[in-house]
Design a protein. Sequence first.
Length: 399
Amino acid sequence: MAKRSGILVREFSIGMGPKVFYYRKNETTFTLRLLPVGGYVRMAGSSDDEDEEIKPGTPATLQLDANNRVSSINISNKTSLFQGIPLTITNSDLEEDLWIEGYENGDETEVKRFNVDHDATIIESDGVEVQIAPKDVQFQSASLKNRMLTNFAGVFNNFLLAIIVYTILGFAQGGVITNTNKVDVMSHDSVAKDAGIKNGDRIIAVEGHKTDDWQSVATQIQARPGKKTDVTVSRNGKTKQIELTPDKQTTNGKSVGVIGVTQQLDHSFKAKILSGFTQSWSMTKQLFTALASMFTGHFSLNDLGGPVAIFATTSQATKLGITGVLSFLGFLSLNLGIVNLIPIPGLDGGKLVLNIIEAIRHKPVSEKTETVITLIGFAFLMILMILVTWNDIQRYFLH
């Protein structure tokens, strides 16, 4: 979306930290970095595009084109330019007038100025070659509409990935999980099976509490680990009272009740082909409900999870095979998309709020104000990430 909007995408990175490999195609450098935690799109002039400051005295090597304009600037000691001009830089302008000047070959008697090509590259100190970022291709030079679409594009792809994954999951597991109170019974180690519950039965009440859907069934059962429980079952239009005792199972340090039933699958082709949309919508509603409860109810760090929790949950998901991995991938992608829409400065939702304010005011928020807001949001996110990560370590590895 950035490219379509005329914004220069200087780098597309998979991973963070030191570079492992990079490849340039057209104006974009594609990098693979050491730490497999996320990645980024580095757009010219955006908050993620931090150019290295070229200080006076910086040694560089210049490559000139046929018109004697600078086509490449090397300020890295990790690589060299063939037949380059050695220059000790005294000053430069790589955004507006496009020039660089300094002492050639160490001759401090004369400052030489070189014109820089609009599409010149710079080899930064880590050895990665990216294109310079003149004003006309920077993020802020794009129209407000295109900037909003670009800010929303990442979130959109989170939702798109979830839809695709849930569609694949529907076919992989042979059907689509329904949110009704109709259940299937596990074939082994099932309290429900031993108590007389059968496939297709509807659990309409648990200990007197009405259960109209799977969520309410699960909530009531999980609340009664190891306790005798009266369950009302509907079968072929007739109701039956069944007494059972849910097994006790520990999840995330909490004891929950389980009776060995699963949500029933809809095996129709229509359900499978639409499952990407229906499952994404169902999970989105659950995630928004969970977010709302954090602000209206009792908040706990256990309601959140960071990279450590993702690692631990991924390990659990792999034990369930391909369906477990697909289910977790769809959930994680939706989760990231929704959280990114929260209007916190530094997240896409915060950027979109600034875009909306600009549309109302007919002028952008001042650069100073935007910087302060972004720094406050970044500080909040960093503190929250540290707290969540430490809590995850205690929750998953120290208990």
